[in-house]
Design a protein around this ligand. Structure first.
Ligand code: PEP
Ligand code: MN
Length: 457
């Protein structure tokens, strides 16, 4: 007779072998570590540290995303292009959470729809780069790959990939997530605080609109309190975290077998996505994420074919499980109206129902003559409109928005009601990677999306 414990051990061994299968496959965008022994030691240290998220939360998120895929909820995913260790301060985390909460209020109220709040936070430390090196004048050094790999400062010491940063990445993610949980469970996210979340000059049109909306919500809330409604649910809010699953030396040790179900969860984050540069069907990233239970996303650029999309679905969501797979399209304002509808048609006619989300940032980059990487707010808005038009034309659900934003008053994207121009970019450009919408531009965008969503009702 077969010993049942032996069978369980064998099953677990085969799951683990599967989880490590990516090692046999072509793997892109990993750093050139010089000290492999130190990397192994850092990964082993991370593997022994507690998970950052709990499998039950991840399962709840999958259910929420399934509702969004059915058109019954909307995903709002936002945060830095690249989080930094120095930027993990109470003030900056609070400002980002606050901006996401404000946008969510605008969307929920404007569209009468539940909004799933998700930060590009608590782990968005690793960046894919178009080149392994960066040259300034006569000097060529390794490219900056995010704070979890190397430093931004342009010196040989700082640009050297440093394995100790992996462990620091874990601890910075842990303290960020801790504060997010405190804010969103401890009263800061209470809907009676809608006014207090607002900041800045009330002369700005987006702020004025927000203030009006906050007043309406206040009145509605007071009315319901007077009626004796129970407000426990409004004191707290679910807030999920996400990042690009890029760096294997961090993602693999954070992936653990759940004792309840025997299945692997990546416990570094609730939601993980595969970037446009690493979504090769036969590559390491797609294989690895096909084996974890978390809901996952895939970025799709303008060259994506219907065949690519169907093969990604077959590989990542063979059981067509609601909420499992999200496609985050980043086509560019000039291309989305041609590129997106055929993909939606193909997927629809094959009977698959992934969640469709727009990333109106990554297809709209430009560099100014002075060398600033930026994006025009108008292009961002135009891509969002194109996204809604495409879904209306095909009869599919526009399920969410993915944006790079910060709660601070930076000047990184052109335009918006503050009319940030090329000269103004120099005033407060802080991103180490891609340009983010500032607090006000984020609010403006939320009002626009709420109008689009409202129009579909
Ligand atoms: C990003 O989200 O910062 C990013 C690099 O996106 P993409 O993979 O779509 O280029
Ligand atoms: Mn980016």
């Amino acid at each position: 007779m077969v010993d049942p414990t032996e069978e369980i051990i064998e099953a677990e061994e085969s799951v683990i072998a599967g989880l490590d299968y990516w090692r046999e496959l072509p793997v892109k965008q990993q750093p050139t570590w010089t000290d492999r022994v130190a990397v192994e030691a850092a990964s082993a240290e991370i593997a022994a540290l507690p998970p950052l998220v709990f499998a039950g939360e991840v399962d709840n998120l999958r259910d929420r995303l399934a509702a969004a895929a059915r058109g019954e909820a909307f995903l709002l995913q936002g945060g830095d292009c690249a989080e930094t260790f120095a930027g993990a301060t109470a003030e900056q985390i609070r400002n980002r959470v606050k901006t996401v909460l404000q946008m969510a209020v605008v969307l929920t109220y404007g569209a009468s729809m539940p909004v799933i709040k998700m930060g590009r936070m608590a782990g968005q430390f690793a960046k894919p780069r178009s080149s392994d090196t960066e040259t300034r004048g006569e000097i060529t050094l390794p490219a900056y790959r995010g704070d979890i790999v190397n430093g931004y400062e342009f010196t040989p010491e700082s640009r050297q990939a440093d394995p100790r940063r992996l462990v620091k990445g874990y601890h910075t993610a842990a303290s960020t997530l801790n504060l997010i949980r405190a804010f969103t469970q401890g009263g800061f996210a209470d809907l009676r605080q809608v006014h207090h979340w607002n900041k800045g000059f009330t002369s700005n049109p987006a702020n004025v609109r927000y203030e009006q909306l906050a007043r309406e919500i206040d009145r509605a809330v007071k009315f319901m309190i007077a009626c004796g409604a129970d407000f426990e649910a409004l004191k707290r809010t679910e807030f999920y975290v996400s990042h690009e699953a890029l760096l294997f030396d961090y993602e693999r040790p954070m992936t653990r077998i759940d004792s309840r179900t025997g299945t692997p969860y990546n416990t570094s984050s609730h939601f993980l996505w595969i970037g446009e540069r690493t979504r090769d069907l036969d590559g390491a990233h797609v294989d690895f994420l096909s084996r974890v239970r978390n809901p996952i996303g895939v970025k799709l650029g303008p060259s994506t074919s219907g065949d690519d999309v169907m093969r990604l679905i077959d590989k990542l969501d063979p059981n067509r499980e609601p909420g499992r797979l999200t496609f985050i399209t980043r086509m560019g304002a000039g291309k989305i109206r041609e590129a997106l509808p055929p993909l939606l048609e193909t997927v629809k006619s094959n009977g698959a129902t992934p969640l469709w989300v727009t990333d109106p940032m990554h297809g709209n980059g430009l560099t100014t003559p002075l060398g600033y990487k930026t994006r025009r707010f108008d292009d961002v808005v135009d891509e969002v409109k194109g996204f809604f038009e495409a879904h209306r034309a095909v009869g599919t659900h526009p399920g969410g928005i993915h944006v790079e934003l910060t709660g601070d008053d930076v000047t990184e994207c052109l335009g918006g009601s503050e009319h940030i121009d090329e000269k103004a970019l120099a005033t407060r450009y802080e991103s180490l990677c891609d340009p983010r919408l500032n607090h006000m531009q984020s609010l403006e965008l939320a009002f626009l999306v709420a109008e689009e969503l409202g129009a579909d009702k």
